[in-house]
Write a protein that binds this ligand. Structure first.
Ligand code: GDP
Length: 395
């Protein structure tokens, strides 16, 4: 059996275990390293070869899509990662890093429960960092922070350990100030500020594929002093081998981002204003795979063979081929022709996709991004609010 086939099978097995699922987005100000990091995670999870990571940019299907004559969309990919002796299914939704795609970023946030915010160590938090954080928090999506391009502080700016620490702490302070301000009025979340000690902050270099966090330092025994030494000596390969970025970040994702069972009871009241006492509300809160089918479409893309593909989060029930589903705002029902998951840029058909997962569905011809698709007529999800971007001048 091919490697890819094995990964698909493992993803299918894990889809039925919501406690082992993490639905996440990576969000960042343009050029802070979102694409490079995404590729790194894919390579680390064995989805693309280590050599092509950083060159191939698997998440960047723009060229491909331009060839097909369609617009750029958020890409989706699933990968597996072993943490705490359990394999996890990580569904990663790519958010477009470009200012023009603010609407897509917000839509992607509806499908996920955790947002990894990437900030360039040299530039610090920028206007779009604020925008993506706001988009995540409004949707009830929990943040964690990755401070990228730390190699530049060491090799280019020649900073010593103290200077570096001060700079990194300033970035964390700025991000936490934003989080604090944005969550002040939210009574459904606890303290979501990120913290080095708690392990919700990681540092590293997406380009050179190394990373550290407090838990990783405890595990590997590598501290900032060792890192500075190896980076200065140009021993980046050794750094990557001793403290690989993908492991550090994916461990953080598994440990600190909520699984759908933890996230949905909090997220459903925030994104759905139907009857909270109803059985349907209970099914969605409990991620009930035997309940009514409820899918929130976050993206429509075009496949030359399969036609229109509706991608979205299954909040309840199990979506399968042949089901006749209502599409909010339209009359009549649509018949599901196929269901699948994304692997890299490609869609893999699977038998069924249960609650808590991201599904790629064909046959929903009336659906648009933002549609609620369900097996019973229901109050649709709240419309996805577009948060406009501040004007950014790229240096
Ligand atoms: P995105 O716009 O956020 O997706 O950013 P990209 O991943 O495309 O990265 C933007 C630029 O920063 C590219 O030239 C990358 O090679 C570079 N870059 C990304 N990560 C790092 C890093 O850790 N260190 C350094 N020095 N450059 C990086």
């Amino acid at each position: 059996m091919g490697r890819r086939k094995k990964i698909v099978q493992e993803c299918e097995r894990l889809m039925d275990k919501p406690e082992n699922i993490r639905n996440i987005a990576i969000a960042a100000h343009v050029d802070h390293g979102k694409t490079t990091l995404s590729d790194n995670l894919l390579a680390g999870a064995g989805m693309i070869s280590e050599d092509t990571a950083g060159h191939q940019l698997a998440m960047d299907t723009e060229e491909d899509e331009q060839e097909r004559g369609i617009t750029i969309d958020a890409a989706n990919v699933s990968m597996t990662h072993e943490y705490d002796e359990k394999n996890h299914l990580i569904n990663l939704i790519d958010t477009p890093g470009h200012v023009d795609f603010g609407g897509d970023v917000t839509r992607a946030m509806r499908a996920v429960d955790g947002a990894l915010v990437v900030v360039d160590a040299v530039e610090g938090a920028m206007p779009q960092t604020e925008t993506v954080l706001r988009q995540a928090l409004r949707e009830g999506v929990k943040p964690a922070l990755f401070i990228n391009k730390v190699d530049r502080l060491i090799s280019e700016l020649q900073e010593g350990p103290q200077e570096m620490q001060q700079r990194l702490m300033a970035v964390i302070r700025d991000v936490n100030e934003l989080i604090r301000g944005m969550t002040e009025e939210m009574d459904d979340v606890g303290d979501w500020r990120v913290s080095v000690e708690e392990g919700t902050v990681a540092f590293g270099s997406a380009l050179y594929k190394w990373g550290v966090s407090m838990p990783s330092m405890q595990e590997t025994g590598m501290d900032f002093g060792d890192i500075i030494e190896l980076e200065r000596a140009d021993e980046r390969e050794e750094l990557h081998e001793r403290t690989p970025l993908s492991d550090v970040v994916l461990d953080m994702v598994c440990e600190h981002f909520p699984n759908p069972i933890d996230a949905q009871p909090r997220r459903i009241p925030r994104i759905w204003r139907g009857d909270a006492e109803s059985e349907l509300a209970e099914q969605m809160r409990l991620v009930d795979d035997e309940g009514e089918v409820v899918l929130m479409v976050t993206d429509i893309s075009m496949d030359p063979h399969a036609g229109e593909i509706a991608t979205g989060r299954v909040f309840s029930g199990t979506i399968e081929k042949g089901q006749e589903l209502y599409v909010s705002g339209t009359a009549g029902k649509n018949r599901v022709q196929s269901v699948g998951i994304f692997m890299g840029g490609e869609r893999e058909e699977v038998e069924h996709v249960p609650a808590g997962n991201i599904a790629a569905v064909t046959g929903l011809r009336d659906a648009i991004a933002g549609s609620t698709v369900s097996s019973v007529e229901m109050t649709p999800f709240e419309s996805i609010e577009h948060i406009s971007e501040p004007v950014i001048t790229k240096s």
